[in-house]
Design a binder for this molecule. Structure first.
Ligand SMILES: O=c1[nH]cnc2c1ncn2[C@@H]1O[C@H](CO)[C@@H](O)[C@H]1O
Ligand SMILES: [Zn+2]
Length: 397
């Protein structure tokens, strides 16, 4: 029914106002360029490639991250981490993160960072976590004062090339009722399989705690398979390379599923498992274009994965390096695939279902915030004639 209403392909303004849920966003990948410059001055960091012009610094991050290689992409984080080494800097960056997401219409976000990367100036792991939590609470309050509601949970990341995963998993577990909702591993994927950190994942499973794993981004199916079947990940960070186990020209028979556009599509055992088990995929289209995991938005696997009803979600990964936001990501998808408000709601509900907060809270967020928000947007076309000129906006011209 709704697909026949005239206004279901959202405008940029509707995309921004639509309630959005974000599961994959790096705190150290989302700083405001002006904040980086100010923090570098305040803390005496002299290594910035552009130290007096926020626009040029912004452009530098985007261009440097555009290399087609995950390893080169990750090099840019040296500069953001360098200015996130004091309590005040962490509070500020976390608060601005929550405010920026809220201003973009994000109502729920899980934001990740690696505490071990913020110890250069003497902070302990606990002090890092407490500073970031304080910043998120501050940002939530400021967002509220500005008329936006957001709830932010932290994910603690361990770096996969290092050997601190168990320690970070224990840290995440210790703060699980104080703002930390789960655990993750990140960093270069090739050469650092998830099973290197099996002890951390086994610990979290024994504690009935939650974790996601960056897998299937720069490396393919073996990484996804290990993350799920050896490590027991609740979600896949990216997971986009699951496409390697899907044959779009597959013939009918075992593993065949029908796709409205391609006809019969054949899923391998792993892809079928991911779909059948509703394993959430934290897809990050713009980031994938930069690291070479996808060639263009049109060719991004999200189109097929959505049609096949995988548990796909839309995410930013690194707003600074990709010059993106949740609204920008949805904007690309709306333009590329013609997605409607119903599609946006589908991705958003998928994300909320896959969040690491308790079930009753996820359900309330879906029923009390997300669905009413989309219902309101979907009804806007009914009032189109009355909306733009109601006498309230004309004074500002
Ligand atoms: O897309 C990604 N794949 C793998 N690792 C990443 C990605 N984005 C960021 N990081 C890594 O995660 C650390 C903690 O936030 C960042 O410092 C960066 O090294
Ligand atoms: Zn990531």
């Amino acid at each position: 029914m709704t697909s026949e209403t005239p206004n279901t392909v959202p405008t940029p303004e509707q995309i921004r106002r639509a309630p959005k849920a974000l599961l994959h966003d790096h705190l150290d990948g989302g700083l405001r360029p002006a904040t980086i410059i100010e923090l570098a001055r305040e803390t005496g960091y002299s290594g910035l490639p552009e130290s007096d012009d926020a626009d040029r610094l912004n452009a530098w991050f985007r261009e440097s991250a555009d290399s087609g290689s995950l390893e080169r992409y990750l090099e840019t984080f040296a500069h953001t981490c360098a200015v996130m080494q004091t309590r005040d800097a962490l509070v500020r960056v976390a608060a601005e993160c929550a405010e920026d997401l809220a201003a973009d219409g994000v109502v729920y976000a899980e934001v990740r960072y690696a505490p071990e990367q913020h110890l250069e100036r003497g902070l302990t792991l606990e002090q890092v976590v407490e500073a970031v939590n304080e910043g998120f609470r501050l940002g939530e309050r400021r967002a509220r004062a500005a008329g936006n509601r957001i709830r932010v949970g932290a994910l603690l990341t361990a770096m996969r090339h290092a050997a601190r995963a168990l320690e970070i998993a224990e840290l995440a577990n210790g703060y699980r009722d104080q703002g930390v909702v789960g655990f993750d591993i990140a960093g270069a994927e090739a050469g650092y399989p998830p099973t290197r950190h099996l002890d951390a994942f086994e610990f979290l499973k024994r504690e009935n705690n939650h974790f996601t794993i960056h897998a299937g981004e720069a490396f393919g199916l073996p990484s996804i398979w290990q993350a799920l079947q050896w490590c027991g990940a609740d979600r896949l960070g990216h997971g986009v390379r699951i496409i390697d186990d899907i044959d779009p020209g597959g013939a009918a028979g075992a593993g065949a599923v029908s796709d409205a556009k391609s006809g019969e599509v054949r899923l391998g055992r792993l892809a079928a498992y991911v779909r059948d088990k509703r394993v959430p995929l934290e897809l990050c289209p713009s980031s994938n274009l930069q690291t070479g995991a996808a060639a263009s938005y049109a060719e991004h696997p999200i189109g097929l994965l959505r049609r096949l009803n995988f548990r796909a979600t839309v995410n930013t990964d690194n707003r600074l390096m990709s010059g993106t936001s949740m609204s920008a990501e949805f904007g690309h998808l709306v333009r590329t695939f013609g997605y409607t408000l119903d599609d946006m709601q589908w991705f958003t509900v998928n994300a909320m279902k896959s969040a690491f907060i308790p079930f009753d809270e996820r359900l309330a967020m879906i029923n009390e915030v997300i669905k009413p928000g989309y219902a309101e947007l979907k009804a806007e076309w009914l009032f189109h004639a009355a909306a733009p000129d109601n006498g309230l906006t004309s004074a500002s011209g």
